[in-house]
Design a protein around this ligand. Sequence first.
Ligand code: ATP
Ligand code: MG
Length: 262
Amino acid sequence: MKRIIFTGKGGVGKTTILSTVARLLAVEGHRVLVVDCDPSMNLAMSLGIPIAQVIALAEDKSHLQETLGATLDDRPKMSNGEITLAIREYIIQAADGVNLIVMGTVPHGGSGCLCSPITLVKFLINYLTSNTEEFDFIMVDSQAGVEILGRGLSAEFDLSMVITEPTPKSIEVAKHSMKLSRDLGVKKQMVIVNMAEDEGECQSIADALDLNGDLIDVVRYDPQVVEADKKGIHLLDLLSTSNSSPTALQDILRIKKRMEAD
Ligand SMILES: Nc1ncnc2c1ncn2[C@@H]1O[C@H](COP(=O)(O)OP(=O)(O)OP(=O)(O)O)[C@@H](O)[C@H]1O
Ligand SMILES: [Mg+2]
């Protein structure tokens, strides 16, 4: 099982790239779980699930947090089978057979922080990693910025996907993200320069980030990504009915292969 986290500044393309890679892997027969840890809950919509149909972990009607917390403390209250069933209550079948779990959002103004749902996601991923072989890939989409790394959710994950635009502000956030992932013992990092004009933009950004064996790649700017977003459909569904050259998709396909290999 490969655990992968996507981070980066707001609007750099985390959800676009993650949802596309997830669907491509699922179509190939991989068992993919994606976890939306962004309180904006965009990933569900990107994968064809209307927000009204989402049952979020933050609602936690099955006392999953208490159960998983106790399990990790070696005080099991439920059998592994029962815990797996409780987790399944939150798994939504999304496009191309991708399994989706949504962390949830802030329900009303002044209702507090997201520490508790983030901790629940951490327990859940730890549980799935240590006790089951249900998934080949678990991919976490995060809120803009680095807070999720501060909360240690991705400790010892296999791969950190750091998405950046070719702009100084975005690169600064990427730099910070990479440092925090290193602190957390994430095994590998891959920087994606999204909305790049061409592949050459990689080199100057690689220099700015002072990569130390970390991988870097690009996804080119592609108006079809914007068109799909405006139509409220996924890029893959737009391209399935279009004859134009799939610029961004070509890049994402290459990146998916590298993610599988590394
Ligand atoms: N390669 C690309 N070419 C053109 N537009 C793109 C590309 N990648 C993403 N976009 C556009 O950029 C915007 C932000 O993308 P997306 O929602 O995936 O970013 P995000 O990092 O998940 O944002 P947030 O921080 O709000 O969660 C969207 O309008 C999307 O269509
Ligand atoms: Mg997003």
